[in-house]
Write a protein that binds this ligand. Sequence first.
Ligand code: ADP
Ligand code: MG
Length: 627
Amino acid sequence: PAGSSSFEYEAEVHKMLDIVVNSLYTNKDVFLRELISNASDALDKIRFMSVTKPELLDTKKELEVRIEYDDEAKTLTIRDSGIGMTKDDLIKNLGTVARSGTTNFVKALGEGAADVSMIGMFGVGFYSTFLVADRVTVASKNNDDETQHIWESLNGEASFHVGPDPRGNTLGRGTEITLHLKEDAEEYLSPYKLKEMIRHYSEFVTHPVFLREVKTIQVPKEKEETAESDEEKKDDIDDIEDVDEIEEEEEKEPEMEEVTTYEYEHINTDPAIWARDKDEITDEEYQEFWKVVSKEGGDAADWSHFNAEGNINFKSILYLPNEIPFALAQGRPDELRPGLRLYVRKVLISDEFDLMPRYLNFIKGVVDSDDLPLNVNRETLQESKIIKIIKKKLVRKAIETIRNLANKKIEEDEPEEAEVDADGNPVVKDKPAKVHPYIQWYKKFGLSLKMGCIDDSANRDKLQKLLRFKSSKTKGEDEYVSLQEYVDRMKDWQKDIYVFPGENMKTLEESSFMDIFKEKDIEVLYLTEAIDEFWLGHSREFDGKKYRDITKEGITFSDEDEDLAKRRNKVYTDKFKPLTKFLKKLFGSNVMKVSISKRLGKAPAIVSASEYGQSANMDRLQRAQAY
Ligand code: ADP
Ligand code: MG
């Protein structure tokens, strides 16, 4: 434009532009994410400043983003009423001052460590506009500059141009970016495509984002007015003799014509739910947001919404899914992608940021912190101390969320009016007992908690409390016992937690190892999952009580006089010496020893593992894995 001056792009910026524009990267949609995020940043800035100086908003009251397309001019325009840029800002921010991320981005692209879609993380998101545009025009008005200026650059040019906007101050305040779309980017002129993209990228932007849509409406056609028309009308009426004819004339539908108008549609009507007061959010709204976060159709099992305050502040909603993710169901937990979206000041940084340990990757939700920098790359961010602190708190909260589900009171159904049969006797109906939602959830996700007992020593105690077991005293499909319940109903003299790892419930229940426990009415936990022996090996004890594998030697019961037991054992050992000697000779090196035992119940003999040796079940698992 007239009166504009040209400026050279800073060398690194030019190099980066070159690489981005010529990359074979196909998903160009990211440009809109970057522009919406810049608009949102600019709005955040002026909003923040106006807290102490409300008059700053006098230049334009509404804080909003408006997006328009013109399919004849082949342009797409994104306009915000944010802080805007002075002439100086335009020159520095959009070209002459290299940002620290520029070089990193070029390097990462070169090494294949980053792709174009990550441009925003390197602080050069604006330039993604050249993925789709031949020419980019930025008009901007900042309160500190009396004049509205225009920045303009052609794709591939080594320079850009800045000058006063010939239209004058059209914005009041803010920035208007016009993209002259490349021929192969004309798909962005479709209202459907645009609406879908805007919905996606602005869903949780707290400022309203509007899309201008073209509407054709029917309006009554205006009669062509000519000088003599009134005269003609009068003549017409004079001609009409018949009154009916006049009425008919009046009833006639007016002739219609199509007129093109515009209408702005507010796209992101449901912004940042996590930033709202949780008392004002209904369960339905949480479930709706869950659908956005999870891209799943069903409901979440439970959630928690909290504000972490302290040195590091963040807001978060964590969801427990109802459905087990595919990778987990397939027994491949390492393939499960992280489920948390990370926002910094409501700008989406990543929708699968690594904020949870592997075993909790099934947790989905959002984390939004004002304390994170927006302009560092993901890897640097991932390693930052702030993220480490956030992670630690999130794990604690995630475990708490699971605990809350476990402790949830379930409402009993209203007792129904007792039905009576013909003789007046009450009819007993078989009503299935209500299954606690945690049990339903645990059946799918228990394995992950056991993984946690292996991986996360810091939270092992808390995780063990969340485990549930089948035991020699639980009945039916849905009755489970927790370790706390087990401990609470242990015999007075009982010191250890008895566990029985094995292949399946039936073999465990019928095993001779169980005889003495049944006889003495001692509860035994049945462990039938392959992972059981591994987490047991890591956990070793709960509430100061050791896990005791009942298939191993050294099981004693201190429910009787120790002296008496010892003496009796000696008598038996002596008495059966010829037999044990014979058996040891018979089995040779296949057994470590043959001894007299008190734990046999009805069985004449049992093969048990040594206390610190490998259990028979472990042996079975390893054999199974070997093939
Ligand atoms: P980043 O947003 O990470 O800073 P960008 O390349 O997206 O990097 O933008 C570069 C700079 O240009 C921004 O930091 C900001 O100063 C300025 N800018 C871009 N878009 C706008 C806008 N809509 N309003 C005001 N300033 C903007
Ligand atoms: Mg940006």
